[in-house]
Design a protein. Structure first.
Length: 108
């Protein structure tokens, strides 16, 4: 009898189905970790920035749905740090490329 009342919470295999907010939190954490990893690779800063921004969006969506856990917080923090590092890397590359280009025209 108890099995019939709990069918809403269980899938056909008997496992608990994760909520949509929990899935968003997991996605946020994964994208945040990918963003941090790509921030270490100088040539992959633009995809890392995109992953970080998308991770932040998923984290905020999860929070708006009322899901509060360490997983969502970890996703938010990793994504935020990844966005900052990738943004700094892109800015540094633009600055170095601009100064190198200026020096090239100076010697011509």
């Amino acid at each position: 009898m108890d099995q019939e009342n709990n069918n809403d919470f269980y899938s056909s295999e008997g496992k608990v189905e994760p909520s949509k907010a929990e899935s968003y939190a997991t996605t946020s954490m994964i994208l945040g970790i990918i963003s941090l990893a790509l921030a270490l690779l100088r040539l992959a800063a633009i995809p890392g920035l995109a992953c970080g921004i998308i991770g932040l969006v998923f984290s905020v969506k999860s929070k708006k749905m009322g899901f509060a856990s360490g997983q969502r917080t970890a996703g938010f923090v990793c994504s935020l740090i990844g966005v900052i590092l990738c943004g700094l890397t892109i800015a540094l590359c633009i600055a170095l490329f601009g100064s190198a280009l200026g020096m090239f025209w100076y010697f011509i």
